[in-house]
Design a protein around this ligand. Structure first.
Ligand SMILES: [Zn+2]
Length: 274
């Protein structure tokens, strides 16, 4: 499943294609959305925001298209009216004089009035989006200690979209490793320094992953490993998908566990339980 950084990258492409020209034609596959085609025609997209794994295409006429790609949705940007060869089903097409922005396979698409966006069931629940909002480390530290979060294990908190929007499975393992926190720990058991490191790791890794298309490892180390001929799959992460391989800091074997029916990887030396 794509995580926040991948959604933000897709949002950038959609935004770039759609903000320069007025929308010429709109097409929805779902019958209940058909009547919005005419309403959105001729409008201009002002910007495209993300909220965790959801995308918000904001028009200048008071409407917003909400979409959530779940597991399968995929955006394609093409020259106007050229379609990719794919077996996926087209669900939404936005055309202007130069480009077509095409959303395939997604089933979660809605058109909202701007004032309905903040009260939408997903949007109102999802945590802060590091890549679309100005979220400070101080704010995150305070958030970790809110009563609804502070007593839960980090391993389950980080996959809760209500905690921080857009953190998915690889980011969960990588954030905990960089922060030096054992997955079973809870915010309330962490020192102030650990909470600071967690806040810093959340921001740093989401932004770096966005800028590098998914690399969470130290970038200097990545350069070194590339020169040694390593493939992307082996230099991309600190611990994720590296079970049994040596920790890049101290050589301990990386351990894989299953938490919340998803894979989690950590270093027992760098991330002590107590
Ligand atoms: Zn280690």
């Amino acid at each position: 499943m794509p995580e926040g950084p991948e959604i933000r990258i897709a949002a950038d492409k959609v935004q770039k294609a759609l903000t320069a020209y007025n929308i010429g034609e709109v097409w929805f596959a779902f019958p209940q959305l058909k009547h919005y085609e005419e309403i959105l025609q001729g409008a201009r997209v002002k910007r495209v925001d993300t909220k965790g794994k959801a995308m918000l295409i904001r028009f200048d006429n008071g409407y917003t298209i909400y979409s959530h790609n779940q597991l399968y949705g995929k955006w394609y940007i093409r020259a106007a009216y050229s379609y990719p060869k794919t077996n996926r089903q087209l669900r939404l097409a936005l055309h202007n004089e130069k480009y077509s922005a095409l959303l395939y396979s997604a089933s979660d698409i809605e058109v909202l009035r701007n004032e309905e966006v903040p009260i939408h069931p997903f949007v109102s629940r999802v945590g802060p989006d590091i890549l679309s909002e100005n979220v400070t480390e101080q704010y995150l530290k305070e958030r970790f200690l809110r009563k609804e979060f502070k007593g839960r294990r980090w391993s389950s908190l980080l996959l809760d979209q209500g905690f921080i929007g857009g953190v998915g499975n690889y980011l969960r393992s990588e954030i905990l490793f960089v922060a030096g926190i054992h997955p079973n720990k809870r915010p309330i058991e962490c020192t102030d320094e650990e909470l600071r490191r967690a806040a810093c790791a959340v921001k740093k890794l989401m932004i770096q992953s966005y800028e590098t298309r998914g690399i969470t490892n130290d970038l200097q180390l990545v350069e070194k490993l590339k020169k040694q001929g390593e493939e992307r799959s082996s230099y991309r992460h600190w611990v994720f998908e590296r079970e049994g391989e040596a920790c890049r800091i101290d050589g301990t074997d990386i351990v894989k566990i299953i938490v919340g029916s998803r894979r989690l990887y950590y270093c027992p030396t760098c991330q002590k339980e107590s």
